[in-house]
Write a protein that binds this ligand. Structure first.
Ligand code: GLC
Ligand code: GLC
Length: 812
């Protein structure tokens, strides 16, 4: 069952009924100002940091769900009926409801009693504000007398404090109103130089700035008394819960249309120019007023929307494909790239499953997000790499998370996730392959933000590798530390206290438990360091990394192999995890994919064997589960993984982030059909038809789909902010379609289904547009390349700096 459809030519998903199984959301903003917006107008906004600079309030865990957001109420003053054109919060029966989620904007529209209302929400590129562009039309042949009310609830900046510290917060809320602009300035009197504003293009019949005055006690957003009675009090009280409500009254002749623009924005004044007149407590509005004036003008709004469209056109044009499969086309060309931008921007901070107060930017997560983002805005990827390296510890280890506003490692979460360092190398390698900007390696970057500790980025990468070499366990495999990529495999935690954090508790010395996953990641990283050193003319170092990788591969073949698949780990007692010997958790997905990518046991046929085991034990119709059988009870020595009920999250769900590793492994061994089959099982568009089962948005990947052991097999959770976005993008574009940036050019090695006759890829790469046309002439994976009509040896198209290159690829 579907709740909408894809409109590919407009790059939109169109939701045609408001009561989707879960709120289906979109993101506004791509730089400093962000908003989450659901298909019924729910959500919130923040500046840079979802926790520390929250502009509007959002109550997670609300009942009914998704109550609170960017609401507009319309009221028919003839009979007093009122409704919300976005359906929430009033939930009236609407005609012609639709929500179009597009690239950085959302349009919601509907008709009620002959009044058509359309709202377009977006953030103009380069600005720290969002626009609500509202058009209201009278479709009847009678004059209509209407009122309109806008509504947002302000957050007192730190979302965590806002949700907990009521004894203070209910006393500090402050606002100002001037003309049609409501200013939220809580704490501006003291240490904050920033404020929020909510402006309207129309003269006001009234306004309200207190939630209680707008709703009155014991009523909610579904039936505010101010709307019911068409009365506002121009309240301007201190404390309690500041809101912004504009009250408009107007009439519409038959067929008449009225356009109203609302702006919700963030502004910072210089510390010495906060007040006007100086010495007063009033906001100095000289800086912000021109911005407000500009965007209250419909022409400027239309222009800004055009800019937004061009911005996305440019981002997406970097890579466009035409294949025989519509799910590949639309997901690669539009939604997966878009999701990669969102994960790059927000890491795992703010979604409808991440509250914006729990996690900062993940070190591992952000490095992985780069893999799917770097081709779009390489300069931002560059800065991100340098920021991440700045939080790296001198030991080469890493804080697991950092806060974007301060760029400081998060002490409360700490480090010792022993896979983290390898990801810095892999992220940087992806950047170098995309850009050939070798200069980044010379950038001086401190360790742990300490002035005076600066070293080149190259040295940071070397320390990353050294970190693993310094943390080797009894079998010669890397020690796992707190956990590796699987945050829930907590082999040194041994937690017996209710509520204790699995992520930060360590109660063993950590000198025994080892990880095959870290071994594979180490080899992948060491291979990149070998290539990078070679490029820099450092033969000795290249030899060192080659040797380190080979040695680790040997150890893994010997101690990381279970006979039919790769082992997962050794626990604190030196016993195997992910082996036939185990009762539960006999086989895990991660090492099967990552060892293939590291090339471990490729020649020896181990990878092919492991992939057979994946097919037999882990593959399901809804994707490949993380492990099997799931743990049926809690194991002190395994930690959080066994805390989840069987089939959920890390305990045997389809953890979508890991599936592309298997797709990549299948393409490495040359099985294009299986790679594509696995790809399609979790491709969101391909799951659209079962939206009633999947329940999350059909246009983006979710982190997890309940596994075969779960009662809700096939149900997705944790949509949007997941490494799934970047890795699926890499798997389909670089390995299956096979257009892969490499240090010296574009490597072209498609491994696609046997029944694909061909496909096309347009790829902008280092200033050149590559028009790649692939045709299949046989059933194998043998590749011949013709560059501008001339046959070349091998599969690397060297970057030559031409403006356009045509590449013909024959697969036989
Ligand atoms: C979450 C985390 C990611 C981790 C994964 C597996 O997605 O953000 O860092 O690798 O879970 O536990
Ligand atoms: C929980 C989640 C895991 C995530 C971790 C991060 O353990 O299950 O996916 O990586 O939290 O804090």
């Amino acid at each position: 069952m579907q709740f909408g459809y894809f409109d590919d030519s407009n790059r939109e998903y169109v939701i045609s009924q408001p009561d989707t199984p879960l709120p289906w959301i979109n993101y506004l903003g791509a730089e400093d100002y962000f908003g989450l917006i659901s298909n019924t107008g729910g959500g919130y906004s923040f500046y840079q940091d979802a926790r520390l600079r929250r502009l509007t309030r959002y109550r997670y865990n609300n009942v009914p769900t998704d109550m609170g957001g960017r609401y507009l109420y319309l009221r028919d003053n003839a009979d007093g009926q009122y409704w919300s054109p976005t359906w929430m919060p009033t939930q009236n029966q609407l005609e012609d409801y639709s929500c179009r989620h597009g690239m950085g904007y959302t349009k919601i529209g509907s008709t009620f009693n002959g009044i058509r209302a359309d709202l377009r929400y977006f953030v103009p590129p380069g600005e720290t504000l969002e626009i609500w562009d509202v058009t209201i039309k009278n479709l009847t042949d009678e004059d209509r007398q209407l009122s309109a009310f806008s509504s947002v609830e302000f957050c007192l900046w730190d979302a965590n404090d806002d949700a907990t510290n009521f004894q203070r917060n209910l006393n500090i809320g402050e606002l100002e109103v001037q003309d049609s602009v409501i200013y939220h300035k809580t704490e501006y009197r003291e240490r904050r130089n920033h404020f929020a504003y909510f402006a309207c293009s129309e003269p006001l019949a009234g306004f309200e700035t207190q939630r209680e005055a707008f709703l009155v006690p014991y009523r909610g957003y579904q039936n505010p008394q101010a709307v019911l009675r068409d009365v506002t009090n121009k309240s301007l009280t201190v404390g309690w819960s500041p809101v912004g409500v504009h009250h408009l009254r107007f009439s519409l002749a038959p067929g008449e249309t009225r356009r109203v623009i609302f702006l919700l924005g963030y502004f910072e004044n210089p510390a010495d120019q906060k007040f006007s007149p100086p010495g007063s407590q009033k906001i100095n509005k000289a800086g912000v007023e021109p911005i407000i004036e500009k965007y209250l003008n419909p022409q400027a709004v239309d222009q800004a929307f055009e800019h937004l469209k061009q911005y996305w056109q440019a981002n997406l044009n970097v890579l466009q494909v035409v294949t025989p499969d519509q799910h590949v086309n639309r997901v690669v060309n539009i939604w997966n790239a878009y999701q990669c931008m969102v994960t790059f921007n927000l890491s795992r901070s703010a979604s409808y499953f991440e509250s914006g107060i729990g996690r900062g930017m993940g070190f591992r997560d952000s490095n992985q997000d780069l893999l799917g983002f770097v081709q779009m805005v390489p300069e931002r990827a560059r800065q991100r790499i340098l920021d991440l390296a700045t939080t790296q510890l001198e030991s080469g280890g890493a804080y697991h998370q950092y806060q974007p506003l301060t760029n400081r490692g998060n002490d409360a979460v700490g480090g010792n996730f022993n896979d983290d360092p390898a990801w810095l190398v892999l992220g940087t390698a992806a950047y170098l392959k995309e850009t050939a900007d070798w200069g980044i390696l010379d950038e001086a970057v401190p360790f742990d933000n300490k002035p005076g500790s600066e070293a080149s980025l190259f040295e940071h990468l070397e320390r990353s590798i050294q970190y693993t070499l310094d943390n080797i366990g009894p079998h010669g495999l890397p020690l796992i530390g707190r956990a590796d990529w699987n945050d829930c495999l907590n082999l040194n935690t041994f937690s017996e206290k209710p509520g204790e954090s699995f992520q930060t508790t360590t109660s063993r010395d950590g000198k025994v438990a080892e990880s095959v996953v870290v071994a594979a990641l180490f080899i992948m990283a060491a291979n990149e360091m070998q290539a990078i050193s070679n490029h820099l003319g450092m033969g000795d170092k290249a030899a060192f990394y080659k040797n380190a990788a080979e040695k680790m591969a040997g150890v893994t073949r010997k101690h990381g192999w279970d006979g039919d698949w790769f082992l997962r780990a050794y626990d604190h007692f030196g016993d195997v995890i992910g082996s036939q010997e185990c009762e539960d958790g006999k086989i895990f997905i991660e090492p099967q994919g990552l060892c293939a990518m590291a090339g471990i046991g490729l020649k020896e046929g181990m990878v092919e064997k492991a992939l057979e085991a994946v097919q037999t034990h882990l593959a399901t119709t809804h994707g490949i589960v993380l492990l099997d059988p799931p743990y049926h009870d809690y194991h002190l020595h395994l930690g959080e993984i066994s805390s989840y009920p069987p089939g959920y999250k890390e305990n045997g769900s389809v953890f979508c982030h890991t599936n592309p590793w298997i797709m990549i492994a299948e393409s490495i061994v040359g099985d294009g059909d299986r790679a594509m089959d696995y790809y399609l099982r979790i491709n969101p568009s391909n799951r659209e038809a079962i939206s009633d089962v999947h329940r999350c948005e059909p246009y983006v990947y979710a982190q997890t789909i309940a596994g075969k052991a779960a009662d809700r097999f096939g149900e997705a959770k944790n949509s949007w902010l997941t490494g799934t976005a970047a890795w699926n993008f890499v798997a389909i574009t670089q390995w299956i379609l096979g257009v892969r940036p490499d240090y010296d050019g574009l490597r072209i090695e498609p491994v696609v289904s046997k029944n694909w006759k061909g496909f096309k890829v347009r790829r902008q790469f280092r200033g050149t547009l590559y028009e790649i046309e692939v045709v299949r002439e046989g059933t194998g994976n043998n590749i011949s390349l013709f560059v501008n009509g001339k046959k070349i040896e091998g599969t690397l198209v060297e970057a030559v700096g031409a403006s356009q290159v045509s590449v013909k690829v024959v697969i036989a």
